[in-house]
Design a protein around this ligand. Sequence first.
Ligand SMILES: Cc1ncc(COP(=O)(O)O)c(C=O)c1O
Length: 433
Amino acid sequence: MTHREEILKKQRDYLYPSVATYYDDPPVMERGQGMYLYDSEGERYLDFFGGILTVSVGHCNPRVTERVTEQVKKLVHTSTLYVTEPQVLLAERLAEITPGGLSQTFFTNSGTEADETAVLTAQMFTDRQEIVALRHSYSGRSMLAMSLTAHHNWRIGGTHIAGIKHAHSPYCYRCAFGREYPNCDLECAEDIEELIQTTTSGKIAAFFAEPIQGVGGFITPPPEYFARVMEIIKNYGGLFICDEVQTGFGRTGDHWFGIEHWGVQPDIITCAKGIANGAPMAATVATPELASAWKGKTISTFGGNPVSSVAALATLDEIQERDLLTHSRVNGDRLRSGLEALREKYSVIGDVRGMGLMQGIEVVRADKVPAGDLVDRIFEQSRSKSLLIGRGGLYGNVIRISPPLVVKSDEVDEALEILDGAFASLGADAHVG
Ligand SMILES: Cc1ncc(COP(=O)(O)O)c(C=O)c1O
């Protein structure tokens, strides 16, 4: 048995079988550097998924590594029971870069916990329980997060928390109302009012949404969507919790946070993933009024950990000093036009959507029938050419493309060329027939 086979056997023997991995014969990743991952066989992969939109400033970014190494030598852990400088500096930084008056943070370790914290904060502030979330959303793997999630593959167990109602997703390509933007009167947004009137007590605690639905397949709402939803939500006394776990920290280009593209102000922002380039770190950022509505004490053993906090501070420094917000928009536009060109060439590409370096392509057959099997083939083919991509969508037929923000234009071109070849390898199947 080779070393690689031994590792794969141990994965099968000692991990939950439900720990899903990509690829029929998964690579064993050994190290990372910038835009690349290297496996145990020495194969180099161009990483266009960034560990699920998490590696913002490149694998083993030197500045992040140096700051983390210094911190590990100095202080690794205290818990939130003690004050540390990295935690308060990071909270101060988040107060500066989040929109509006969001200025107080509670730190945890995962997007799931950040979302839990936000919902509980909204419930305590409003003294109400009910939440409106969106179909096709993903919020994590705790009981509450799975209850917010509206994607059967990730709603495991069947018993969920009551009081969460799911509105139709602003999924223009598959409009639930059979309408076509812009001649649709924003029916998906308007319907939220009836959802509140008919399925809740009319007194909601919050509306909970991702600016672009990540796991759902990079579903990107129309420009007017959130403004209209906010009017409805505010009429019913609800807060807006914005889940920026995938869209935060420059991912969508030009802005620190995705929701800024829609010009509305959330009451609470949750973030994780891209904040610390892979170190476990998550944050729930609220206004002081909301933050002080938390009744009783709260702790998080690992929350605000000094090592993760300096990883986040170094990541944010890199994003700021290298102007990666602009870089994300510029290279995102390049990626987008390349994908649009592929759409012209291969009719199985039904939709191209997203913002900045968060671009998705939905693969379909005639009549928009989801073609997850073709995505399987594209995956294997692109892997054989050393390109890593992601996958999503309710039907598993959306390719998610989200390289680290430091990606260069020639790397975008290289990825596009490999994807072109992968679609070409489908032969006649690359064309809707
Ligand atoms: C939008 C969104 N929210 C929350 C989560 C949960 O984050 P975590 O896996 O860190 O718990 C995810 C994870 O993919 C996510 O995409």
